[in-house]
Design a protein around this ligand. Structure first.
Ligand code: NAD
Ligand code: WQD
Length: 342
C-alpha cells in the first residue's frame, strides 16, 4: 500500500515507518521538523534497507499539502503530526488549536480532494481526562482537561462528523496510553527538545548524566507506594498497532476506536527500580509536589484491540527499559551529533 505519514520524523512516526517499510509498504513522510530531526528517517531507511519519500512541509499549509498528495499517490494516511506538550498547550492554546485542529482540517480537505479516505489518527488516553473508572474502555466518559487533550477530543469529533457525512471514510482513532522504549537496535528513539516532560526520557537523561536527578511528582497518591500508576506501552508494540489498524480498515468503512495500552500499570517507583536494573545504574530522585492535572492512575482496557485487530502489547517492562537505555546510551544527545545540552 502507498501510505502517507504525517509527523513521520517524530518518535512514534519513525518507529511506525520502519515497520511499514519492513512490511513492504511504500511510504511518503511529511514533517515540518518542528520537534524532530531528519536524521531519524535517515536511520530508519538504513535499518529497513529501503527508502521513502520525504517532504519538509507543514500541515497548516494547504498548498503544501496539496503538492504532497499530488506527488504521493497515497491510498491511506497515518496522522501523527501534532504538538503534544500538555503544559505548553495551557500557555499557548491558540498555537495548539491551529497546529493540531486546523492542521487536521487541512489534511482531511486534501485527502478528500485527492480521493484518499482511509486515515489512522494518533489520539490519546488524555481524552478520558480525569475519569476515575479503571480500566478505561473506549466507551468510557470523555472529558479532556487541558487544551492539548481537547485538540485530540475535538479531532475525534470532527472525524466522526466527516464519516457520518460520507460513508466512504475509513477511520481509526487510536488512543495511546504511555508510549516508551525504542527500537531494539538503539538507532532510533525518543529525542525530546529541551527538558523532557515525560517520565521515561527524564529517567534516561538522568542515567546518562544530562540531568542531576528525577523529581517524582507526588508520593501521596492512593496507590500501593503513593506514586502515580500508568499503563506503559513499548513503542514497537504501538507501531504494530498502526499496521493492524490499516489492515482492518482495508476491509471496513466507518469510525473505529481502540485503546492501545497493555492493561497493566506500574508506579513511578517501580519504573525507577526496573530502569536501574536494566541500566545497572542508580537513578537519584527526590519526592516532589504532585504535578497539577495528574491522575493517580491511568490504565487501558485493551480487549477491543485484541478482539478486532488481534493486537496486544507483547513487550515486557524489562525490554521497555533496556531499549530506552540502549538508545540513550548510544545517543546521549539524541539525534544531534554536536554536544548539545538543553
Ligand atoms: P513527536 O513530537 O515526536 O512527533 C510529532 C511530529 O509531528 C514531529 O516530528 C513534529 O515535527 C511533527 N509536526 C508537528 N506539527 C506539525 C505540522 N504542523 N506539520 C508537519 N509536521 C508537524 O511526537 P510523538 O510522541 O511521536 O507523537 C505522535 C503523535 O502521537 C502526536 O499527535 C501525539 O499527540 C500523539 N500521542 C503521543 C503520545 C506520547 O506520549 N508520545 C501519547 C498519545 C498520543
Ligand atoms: C508518567 C508518570 C507523572 C515526569 C502524558 C500526557 C498524555 C500522553 C502521555 C500524549 C506520572 C510521573 C513524570 C517526571 C514524574 N501524551 N512523572 N516525574 O502524564 O501519564 O501522560 O504523556 O498524548 O497526554 O499527559 O505521562 O510520562 O509525563 O508521567 O514523577 O519528571 O510519571 O507524575 O505519574 P502522563 P508522563
Amino acid at each position: 500500500m502507498k501510505v502517507l505519514v504525517t509527523g513521520g520524523a517524530g518518535y512514534i512516526g519513525s518507529h511506525t515507518i520502519l515497520q511499514l517499510l519492513e512490511a513492504g509498504h511504500h511510504v511518503t513522510a511529511v514533517d515540518n521538523l518542528s520537534n524532530s530531526q531528519m536524521e531519524s528517517l535517515l536511520r530508519v531507511q538504513k535499518l529497513a534497507g529501503r527508502s521513502l519519500a520525504f517532504h519538509e512541509a507543514d500541515i497548516t499549509d494547504p498548498a503544501a499539502l496539496d503538492r504532497v498528495f499530488a506527488a504521493a499517490g497515497a491510498e491511506a494516511v497515518i496522522h501523527f503530526a501534532g504538538l503534544k506538550a500538555v503544559g505548553e498547550s495551557v500557555s499557548q492554546p491558540l498555537r495548539y488549536y491551529r497546529n493540531n485542529v486546523t492542521g487536521t482540517l487541512n489534511l482531511l480537505e486534501a485527502m478528500d480532494a485527492h480521493d484518499v479516505r482511509t486515515l489512522v489518527f494518533s489520539s490519546s488516553a488524555t481524552v478520558y481526562g480525569s475519569n476515575p473508572q479503571m480500566p478505561l474502555k473506549e466507551d468510557s466518559r470523555l472529558g479532556a482537561t487541558n487544551p492539548y487533550g481537547r485538540t485530540k477530543q475535538q479531532i475525534e469529533e470532527i472525524l466522526t462528523d466527516v464519516q457520518a457525512s460520507d460513508g466512504r471514510w475509513r477511520l481509526a482513532l487510536l488512543r495511546y496510553f504511555n508510549p516508551v522504549g525504542a527500537h531494539p537496535s538503539g538507532q532510533i528513539g525518543e529525542d525530546p527538545q529541551g527538558p523532557p516532560n515525560n517520565l521515561f526520557p527524564y529517567v534516561t537523561q538522568v542515567a546518562v548524566g544530562r540531568r542531576d536527578m528525577l523529581n517524582v511528582f507526588g508520593g501521596d497518591y492512593p496507590t500501593s507506594d503513593g506514586t502515580g500508576i500508568r499503563d506503559y506501552i513499548h513503542v514497537m508494540d504501538l507501531a504494530a498497532g498502526h499496521l493492524a489498524a490499516l489492515d482492518y480498515l482495508a476491509a471496513r468503512e466507518g469510525v473505529h476506536t481502540w485503546n492501545l495500552g497493555s492493561g497493566s500499570g506500574h508506579s513511578v517507583l517501580e519504573i525507577i527500580r526496573a530502569f536501574e536494573k536494566a541500566a545497572q545504574t542508580a537513578i537519584p530522585y527526590s519526592l516532589a509536589e504532585r504535578r497539577p492535572g495528574d491522575a493517580p492512575v491511568s490504565l487501558a482496557d485493551p480487549t477491543a484491540a485484541f478482539r478486532d485487530l488481534g493486537w496486544k502489547a507483547a513487550e515486557t517492562l524489562e525490554n521497555m527499559c533496556a531499549d530506552a537505555w540502549r538508545w540513550q546510551q548510544n545517543n546521549p544527545n539524541g539525534y544531534r551529533v554536536e554536544a548539545a545540552a538543553s
